[in-house]
Design a binder for this molecule. Structure first.
Ligand code: DLL
Length: 433
């Protein structure tokens, strides 16, 4: 089902006109209301009246995750604070999260974007959506919730975790659609086998999965285990949350809601725009947002545009499913983690060397597990084991509070972690996804 044919199947020329009108408005608005953007544009000697064509966007400044962090918490607000009705966040590079502040109009945009997204995955008003994305500051839970409500489906707002209860509800309430991270879907499937539940005998028949990298193999696995169709959905907190792009039944790339979020692909080294088919960094401009609209936000996600017409009838441009990122951000159980965050935390813990190795694996459970190997200062190693034990606990607690994920700490002797003469290798990612 196409949720909004008027916009999703729009004549591309008409869509360009709409995008240009929105872009002009946005640039004027940011210039007038957000000092950060005004000074960036002044530095580059650009005025809102210089924007005549869509291509002129290439002359406007980029926004980065660092810019967001430096302007934490309200520096990028483009409307009076009392118009904000909801806030979401995700983790940033050194502790400060990136923030999205929504007006009620922004929530309506999100409802629209997520209704299109879930309809792309086959959701109708007759569906019972078991929503196991996390609720809270994370955008996954609320985003899927809003989308399902907008379609008129029934939502089970489960949030993530408590798998035995998830499976009980899935059986007793006859959930027909699942929304969660792909790794959690696989974990649930495995728990179902252990609990003797035959997922194929249940009404669950489709799901929208995203928030972390996954592959065609994982898709096949989820589809086979549940007996369902599994769709890829993409988004990021900075732009709105989930709802930026989504797969339709053709499953040939993700349709971008480009009347709402203007996409570009750039060469990450030069910042120059790249043509369709060429892989580069994905950049988004929020065309209609009011609370924290962003100009040319560098996502660090790598993909390319697909412009061939899609058999579903939507005319929106598509992006290939992601190939990876240009930075070292890891996504662990849906939480964004930078190795530098771990380093910053370690420096403050007495007894440790700033030598560490992060080993990420997806064990038999299909859930991400992290082992953090940390070198201990020589004098601590000669200490009694009780001292080492309490150091290990301390590091685990600090990591839990700073990173919001549990890591297993393994203390190792000084000079055992391999040194490098070039870029230090801090991460071993064994997950085969
Ligand atoms: O993960 C929003 C979301 C929630 C998307 C639910 C889909 C479903 P953040 O926590 O800000 O927001 O993380 C955004 O996650 O820049 C990508 O690197 C990665 N990511 C999101 N969706 C996908 C996907 C949400 N389908 C970051 N495939 C993004 C691969 C994804 N990576």
């Amino acid at each position: 089902m196409i949720f909004n044919p008027e916009y999703e199947c729009m004549n591309p020329e008409a869509r360009k006109k709409l995008q240009l009108a929105h872009l002009k408005n946005l640039v004027e608005n940011l210039y007038a209301k957000v000092p950060f953007y005004r000074s960036k544009m002044e530095e580059m000697d650009i005025k809102p009246r210089d924007i005549h064509r869509l291509e002129d966007i290439a002359s406007l400044p980029f926004t980065t995750k660092d810019d967001m962090r430096l302007n934490y918490p309200h520096g990028l607000l483009a409307c009076p604070k009392d118009r904000i009705v909801e806030v979401h966040m995700s983790s940033g590079t050194t502790g400060k999260p990136v923030v999205d502040e929504y007006t009620i109009e922004d929530i309506n945009i999100w409802r629209e974007a997520m209704a299109r997204t879930m309809a792309g995955g086959g959701c109708t008003k007759d569906d019972i959506v078991q929503n196991c994305y996390g609720y809270g500051l994370f955008t996954g839970g609320p985003g899927a919730h809003y989308g399902a409500l907008n379609i008129g489906a029934e939502v089970l707002p489960m949030s993530s975790g408590n798998t035995a209860r998830q499976l009980m509800v899935m059986q007793d309430f006859g959930s027909t659609m699942l929304t969660c991270t792909p790794s959690y879907a696989l974990y649930m499937a495995e728990e179902a086998v252990d609990a003797g539940i035959d997922l194929h005998a249940l009404p669950i028949s489709k799901g929208c999965f995203g928030a972390e990298p996954w592959s065609e193999n994982m898709r096949k696995e989820i589809e086979a285990r549940f007996g369902m169709k599994a769709y890829d959905i993409y988004g990021l907190t900075e732009i709105i949350g989930p709802g930026v792009s989504f797969e339709c039944e053709a499953q040939e790339g993700l349709h971008i809601n480009e009347d709402l979020f203007y996409p570009e692909i750039i060469d990450p080294a030069t910042g120059k725009p790249l043509p369709p088919g060429e892989k580069g960094e994905l950049v988004f401009t929020t065309l209609t947002k009011e609370g924290t609209p962003l100009l040319r936000y560098r996502t660090r996600d790598i993909t390319y545009f697909m412009t061939e017409p899609c058999s579903c009838g939507r005319t929106t441009i598509r992006m290939h499913r992601l190939f990876g990122r240009t930075d070292d951000m890891l996504i662990i159980r849906g939480v964004n983690v930078f190795p530098s965050q771990i380093e910053h935390a370690l420096v403050e813990i007495e007894g440790t060397e700033p030598q560490y190795l992060i080993v990420v694996d997806r064990g038999a459970t299909h859930l991400d597990e992290v082992e953090l190997q940390v070198e201990v200062k020589q004098e601590f190693f000669t200490d009694e084991t009780r001292g080492l034990e309490s150091l290990r606990n301390k590091i685990e607690n600090v990591m839990k509070s700073k990173l919001q994920i549990g890591v297993k700490v393994k203390l190792v002797e000084p000079k055992t972690i391999e040194r490098s003469i070039g870029k230090a290798k801090r991460v071993i990612d064994k997950r085969s996804i």
